[in-house]
Design a protein. Sequence first.
Length: 436
Amino acid sequence: MSNLRELRSVIRGRVLLVGDNGFDAARTPWNLAVAQPVSAVVEAADADDVAALVRFAASAGYPIAAQPSGHGATGDNAGAILLRTGALDELEVDPIARTARVGAGVAAGRVQAAASKHGLTGLPGSSPVVTTAAYTLGGGLSWFGRKHGWAADSVIAFEVIDADGHRARVTAETDPDLFWALRGGGGDFALVTAVELTLFPEPRLYGGRMLWSADRAPAVLSAFREITATAPDALTVWAELLQFPGADPLVALDVTYLGDPDEARELLAVLDGIDGLIGDTRAVMPISELGTITAEPTDPGPGLSYAALLTDVDEVVINELLATPIDPLLSVQIRHLGGALVRPSDSPHGPLVEPYALYLFGLPLTPEKTAALHAKRADLIDALASYAVDRKPFTFLAPDESITAAFAPEAVARLRQIKRDRDPRGVFRSNFPVLG
């Protein structure tokens, strides 16, 4: 292997090696519970810098692990060069064509702010600080997925650096295999420096959170089931059991509706009969403020999560979820899926036919707390075994899982073949390596 100090003569951006001031901070991922034993950190100045890094790594024998902000890190990158792409921050919105070109370092909230000025929206998830490119490489399960499908289905083209350090623009016509793999199969095949997306006309958004004390959870979850059984595709509702440290347990419903607010209130009218409402932030809101609904953290912290797809949320599921307190979990979330997510999708995951997703989250602050979180997760999943499906969206994978938990066997086989064909030397190492 070449001396990593040679990187400083190749890269115009910042290079940090083991022992340098700032190295530990630079390699730290978003999830502080994950360690990243990398050999170097490169903060690329632009796409040319990325290409130069790939050529260096390919000749020197180092794999590259690309992370714009560290979301989704698993720690499976020992000895790698960690690439930060935050400086690739170009953002161009074409309101006439209803498209956006988004650099690899651009966060979803910034895309929403730019698009909303023209009455347009992308297909973001719940967090405004996750980068659009990385989220889309994982498929992208959006607030608006019920109306518009996977975020990856909105991709027009990827701008990439291949394993030989060459730049290319990848589309369904120019390179159908690589285009397919990148639309939800992760970043193990090429380094994406920018993505071109279709935007959608959505001038009105009604959304917010309703909050009750946990004793109202049976009524709230029953109403959630009733609403989601007949919800139009423009309506998305997520239910959440919450247990914040030092506070009483709560139950919440998070809502978005793309359309007239009076229609939304009518669709949600059953909730008006549940008394004891603590808070209600529902209102007409700018699409650029979508991230305020769940108010997910915008700063790094430790976390332990687990997800499963559910075939139903009936009385049995509700009773099992409420049988015992969710502690030590911080939250138990149920997302309503369906709608356009069920339609055909030429992507690694394909159609998402299960109507609900379960997402568990806790804070692994001590070894004892971590063990308790794993035990609680196992108890809940065992209790829901007849409803839980083995597969789950790529972006919901936990660090100890692999792509076999996200994709059908035939998709896994195709992804692995594409990896062997496009990156035979293993230059790229994604958070979830397809050959792992």
